[in-house]
Design a protein around this ligand. Structure first.
Ligand code: FDA
Length: 308
């Protein structure tokens, strides 16, 4: 209930304006977001790399409503990729991209988003790395998977994301478990109706395990995006059962969430990639993180008090 309410709030322009103007919000943002500039994200990437972690950088932006805005987002990705390359950080760093940020919702949006994603793929390849295309709400799933399929013709290392809360996802896992296919499996972060998505946490977890079984038994490269201790253990067991070496899959976690566990997994030889967002448009991302865990609201409330 609380989760659905918070995700509903994320759509309110009025609340967004209030929150983003309040100086106290910045303290909470800092826990989950590397900073607002490319310099900030390069600094954070360097720190994470030095501690043995890999990184996926996300330039925060969603729901682009004009082509100039989409162009600016592409330019930001090209800039950060060039800086990563200069800093010698691309071997352990990829970028994550949202198609709605690249113009997917504009008139002729599929074509615009596809072309923009391709520009980022070209720059990523030149820099020595690759991209993963994030998954957004269920109304975009078919279009996003279609664009991933198209992009993979020229850039086969492009990562896809599947959400275990969607009832369709086992089927999508079967389609994507082919050689060379990088697939990030997450639970799913949007408010979705029961007609398309499991609502019960246990049902979502069970779906995650069924999907993971398919990916681990398949021929692709599974990327387990979860902080859930039970699912991490199950992932380790399924990898071993399927004879996968530690470079045959990876764990992924969000910046600021369970950092000690990120280090622990890396210290025992696992590949661990941290999803590292940066930019000024952090509102929707922050609300989804607060919705995932009621304790984050306490953290938010505490930061209000500590400012007084
Ligand atoms: P769950 O929410 O059950 O959390 C398990 C435990 O992890 C909690 O008990 C808590 O200890 C800790 N935890 C989880 N979230 C926390 C938080 N915000 N703050 C503090 N502790 C927290 N979603 C999507 O729809 N599309 C996408 O493209 C992506 N991409 C993505 C990339 C990566 C690398 C990750 C890790 C996640 C995503 N997600 C996503 C988000 C994902 O769908 C999901 O909402 C979150 O990962 C939370 O789910 P968990 O699997 O961690 O389980």
């Amino acid at each position: 209930m609380l989760r659905q309410a918070l995700l509903g709030v994320s759509q309110s322009k009025k609340i967004k304006n209030l929150t983003t103007r309040a100086p106290i919000a910045r303290d909470v943002v800092r826990r989950f977001v590397a900073g607002e500039t490319a310099d900030d994200v390069i600094t954070a990437t360097r720190t994470l790399s030095r501690s043995g972690l890999q990184v996926s950088i996300d330039h925060l932006a969603e729901d682009t409503w004009d082509t100039a805005q989409a162009d600016a987002i592409v330019a930001a990705y090209l800039d950060v990729l060039a800086r990563l390359s200069e800093a010698g950080l691309t071997s352990a760093t990829e970028v994550s991209v949202k198609l709605t940020a690249l113009g997917q919702q504009l008139a002729d949006g599929e074509k615009i988003a596809f072309e923009n994603a391709e520009k980022i793929c070209v720059a990523a390849r030149a820099a020595g790395t690759m991209i993963t295309i994030d998954m957004e709400d269920h109304t975009t799933t078919d279009a996003t998977l279609g664009i991933v399929r198209e992009i993979r013709r020229d850039f086969p290392d492009t990562g896809a994301v599947l959400q275990a809360y969607l009832r369709r996802t086992e089927e999508d896992c079967r389609d994507l478990a082919m050689p060379g296919s990088r697939v990030r499996l997450c639970k799913g972060a949007y408010a979705e109706p029961g007609s398309v998505a499991f609502q019960d946490r246990q049902e979502i977890d069970l779906s995650y395990v069924r999907c993971l079984r398919i990916l681990m038994a398949g021929q692709g490269y599974p990327m387990l995006a979860t902080h859930d201790p039970r699912l991490i253990k199950i992932g380790q067991r399924l990898a071993a059962d399927n004879g996968r070496a530690v470079d045959g899959y990876e764990f992924q976690m969000l910046y600021g969430v369970r950092p000690t566990e990120q280090q622990r997994l890396a210290s025992i030889g696992h590949r661990v990639r941290v999803y590292l967002p940066y930019g000024t448009d952090w509102y929707g991302y922050l609300i989804r993180r607060l919705a995932e865990r009621p304790a984050n609201l306490t953290f938010f409330a505490r930061s209000l008090i500590s400012r007084d």
